[in-house]
Design a protein around this ligand. Structure first.
Ligand code: F6P
Length: 328
């Protein structure tokens, strides 16, 4: 094997944590060891880079990590890093630690931060890690499948009690400004209606009509899935259902439970592949890339190119959801 282009890689997690981030950290460390590269863990994202919060990582440090939710390196959102001075302090930490490369696991904000450090001479690779699946260059982000399964498990439980009391349930799921979680969970749970921020909402056609149709078919409980980015969220949707139907819907905000739990096989595998790809690219001398999944293929893009891409909802999933909820 040729001598790798980098000798010491720093790895960190940033932004909202996601199940599978630990599997990605483990893969980065183990691939580094395989390629004869040292690996240093930076704790608390860019906040830790600025403050020199680090820990050496070896084979044993990451044993058994794949099955654990959360991130062993903690995560944080850093206001200081937004300022030039913070970015320079972070660069100085990298120099002090003798890092010639960084792997950042997180979302678009993480990748924008990596660009600042690339401008200081570091080789950087981003790995898409967020439950929102809203990173445009990749059809998949680490944590998405686990979050959808957690939400689905909660909604299946909710359906039992809604059925017993013949009620309407309005469930708000995460996703920040995107509706990927809501759309996929809505299809998976057989929702009566699904509302996402990417599409304009015709409340009568998109919510009341599907409820009415289900009721006329004999259904006496209803499941409405709302992405948190929809204006007014679940409480506003419940209010409008009451106004239109005199029902008294029960609102459930799933919240941060979607961010926890053991990662699914899909997330562990995606994280492990992406961690390996990140180190492989650095060893080959690549400097400023984002690892991504396109369909079944692992690819990589220049960070600036990746950040300029756009991604909407998957059109096929959206069409199926509209068909099965009977929305024209
Ligand atoms: O980006 C992941 C995410 O869970 C979003 O879905 C959600 O809106 C946000 O993070 C919550 O942020 P925080 O954990 O800082 O409250």
């Amino acid at each position: 094997m040729e001598k790798p282009a980098v000798q010491r890689i720093g790895v960190f997690t940033s932004g909202g944590d996601a199940p599978g981030m630990n599997a990605a950290i483990r893969s980065v460390v183990r691939t580094c060891l395989h390629m004869g590269i040292e690996c240093i863990g930076i704790r608390r994202g860019y906040h830790g880079l600025i403050n020199g919060d680090f820990m050496p990582l070896n084979f044993e440090s990451v044993s058994g990590l794949s099955r654990r939710g959360g991130t062993m390196l903690y995560s944080a959102r850093s206001e200081d890093f937004k300022a030039k001075q913070g970015q320079e302090r972070a660069g100085a930490t990298c120099k002090l630690l003798g890092l010639d490369a960084l792997v950042g696991i997180g979302g678009d904000g993480t990748f924008r931060g990596l660009l600042c450090l690339a401008q200081q001479g570091l080789s950087v690779i981003g790995i898409p890690g967020t439950i929102d699946n809203d990173i445009a260059c990749s059809t998949y982000t680490i944590g998405f499948d686990s979050a959808c399964n957690t939400a689905l498990e909660c909604i299946d439980k909710l359906r039992d009690t809604m059925q017993s009391h013949e009620r309407c349930s309005v469930v708000e799921v995460m996703g920040r400004h995107a509706g990927h979680v809501a759309l996929n969970v809505g299809v998976a749970c057989g929702a009566t209606a699904v509302l996402v921020p990417e599409q304009p909402i015709d409340f009568e056609a998109d919510v009341i009509e599907p409820i009415r149709r289900a009721r006329l078919a004999g259904r006496t409980h209803f499941m409405i899935i709302v992405a948190e980015g929809v204006q007014g969220g679940a409480y506003e949707v419940a209010k409008r259902i009451t106004e239109a139907t005199a029902m008294d819907p029960r609102v459930t905000i799933l919240g941060h439970v979607q961010r926890g739990g053991a990662p699914t096989a899909r997330d562990r595998i995606a994280a492990t592949y992406m961690g390996y790809e990140a180190v492989r690219l650095l060893a080959e001398g690549k400097r400023c890339r984002v690892v991504a999944l396109q369909g079944d293929e692992y690819v990589n893009y220049d960070i600036t190119e990746a950040l300029n891409m756009k991604k909407g909802l998957d059109p096929q999933t959206y069409t199926v959801m509209r068909a099965l909820t009977g929305v024209k």
